[in-house]
Design a protein around this ligand. Structure first.
Ligand SMILES: *[C@@H]1O[C@H](CO)[C@@H](O)[C@H](O)[C@H]1NC(C)=O
Ligand SMILES: *[C@@H]1O[C@H](CO)[C@@H](O)[C@H](O)[C@H]1NC(C)=O
Ligand SMILES: *[C@@H]1O[C@H](CO)[C@@H](O)[C@H](O)[C@H]1NC(C)=O
Ligand SMILES: *[C@@H]1O[C@H](CO)[C@@H](O)[C@H](O)[C@H]1NC(C)=O
Ligand SMILES: *[C@@H]1O[C@H](CO)[C@@H](O)[C@H](O)[C@H]1NC(C)=O
Length: 342
């Protein structure tokens, strides 16, 4: 039989007590969350100001708005090219190519807490006037993994909705080459390889330049692409792999650092390395006799990943802010050349 008020009033009290206890735990969780946020707060409290001494590409974009927030969702990161703000800048960015002609015009004094960042995406072979940069730069941003800010030409990003999509093929091997020098290793490998198979060549070197929007449609029609680097250095894996090959949907035949180095960037079964073969005749046979099912295996990565290219200097420079809190404050490179040529 039900009676009201219930005979056992104390049980109501218990219920209320439990309720209060849960409320208290809830508030406590909120407090704990807040303290978690505080402990992870970055060292700086104001927005970071990044002064770009000279814009790395020919056409400087309009960076008068909050481009890092608007384009990349990176907060509290102000870019400027106004040198009058020099003394307020947290980081000053110097692109190597623009340094040479202005060497004597660099500021003599560095405000306390300010760090200078040296930026270059070229390999040491292609970098002139590296000597004499001693005790100047605090941080470096290059394609090398051991840089303070590692800036690859591209990367694979996990994509759960990715699908395998192999474009239709009308040719076997393609190469796009604008600066052909007989003395480069890639030129010698090409000459030998072309004794065993036909290579479709585009680019300035062959007087068949490709317009910006024609590159991918052209390389994608080829089963294989000669992703031959102009010089061979650890981590120097350029848009020849990321854009011309992987993004285009063709299989890169790479010439560059050893296979193990490539495998730090892309799956082992996504590319063919020239060094995988005893001779270029064997490589040519492998390419010419490959059946459709073997060919498809090179695209297994497409089930899980998409290619992300880094091409816009605004994105690269905004990334300084996302890395800033983890960079070594007050570090300085005693000799840039010896670091880069190591
Ligand atoms: C840059 O963009 C801002 C805001 O859109 C505009 O006010 C300014 O005139 C632009 N500057 C140049 C040089 O185009
Ligand atoms: C993921 O893959 C789908 C299908 O290929 C594609 O449309 C989409 O752009 C990819 N997402 C990213 C972030 O690349
Ligand atoms: C590729 O070739 C197939 C079969 O010939 C054809 O059905 C398809 O439309 C082609 N795809 C493209 C993108 O041209
Ligand atoms: C090209 O072939 C020549 C002659 O067979 C050989 O001596 C040379 O080492 C080869 N070079 C390369 C880069 O394969
Ligand atoms: C295709 O080539 C692979 C590797 O050479 C071989 O193992 C496989 O049996 C071939 N498949 C067919 C259908 O010929």
């Amino acid at each position: 039989m039900l009676t009201w008020p219930p005979r056992s009033l104390p049980s109501v009290k218990v219920l209320i007590t439990i309720g209060l206890f849960i409320t208290m735990l809830w508030n406590l969780k909120y407090v704990l969350n807040l303290s978690d946020i505080f402990s992870r707060a970055p060292r700086h409290t104001k927005p970071l100001m990044i002064l770009v001494w000279e814009w790395p590409s020919k056409q400087a974009p309009n960076i008068s708005t909050d481009v890092c927030r608007d384009l990349y969702n990176i907060m509290d990161c102000w870019l400027t090219m106004d040198r009058r703000l020099y003394s307020l800048a947290d980081v000053v960015v110097f692109h190597h190519d623009t340094l040479q002609k202005n060497r004597d015009k660099l500021p003599k004094e560095k405000p306390p807490g300010q760090n200078w960042l040296w930026v270059s995406l070229e390999s040491p072979t292609n970098t002139k006037a590296l000597a004499g940069w001693k005790q100047t730069f605090n941080w470096v941003m290059t394609y090398r993994q051991d840089s303070d800010i590692f800036m690859p030409y591209g990367k694979l990003v996990p994509n759960r909705s990715a699908m395998v999509n192999i474009p239709n093929k009308t040719s076997l091997v393609t190469w796009v080459i604008s600066n052909y020098h007989r003395s480069q290793k890639r030129a010698a490998v090409y000459r030998n390889l072309s004794r065993y198979l036909h290579v479709d060549i585009y680019g300035k070197a062959n007087k068949k330049p490709l317009c910006k929007d024609c590159l991918l449609p052209t390389t994608s029609k080829s089963k294989f692409y000669l992703a031959f680097e102009n010089s061979i250095h650890r981590d120097y894996i350029t848009e020849k792999v990321w854009r011309n090959s992987l993004m285009a949907g063709t299989v890169p035949v790479v010439l560059g650092p050893p296979r193990a180095n490539y495998e730090q960037f892309v799956p082992a079964d996504s590319f063919i390395h020239v060094d995988d073969f005893q001779s270029l005749a064997e490589l040519a046979t492998f390419l010419k006799t490959m059946n459709a099912s073997r060919y498809r295996q090179f695209f297994a990565w497409q089930k899980r990943y998409s290619v992300k290219l880094y091409v816009d200097w605004r994105e690269r420079i905004c990334m300084i802010c996302t890395k800033y809190a983890s960079l070594r404050q007050g570090h300085v490179y005693p000799d840039l050349e010896s670091w880069f040529k190591a």
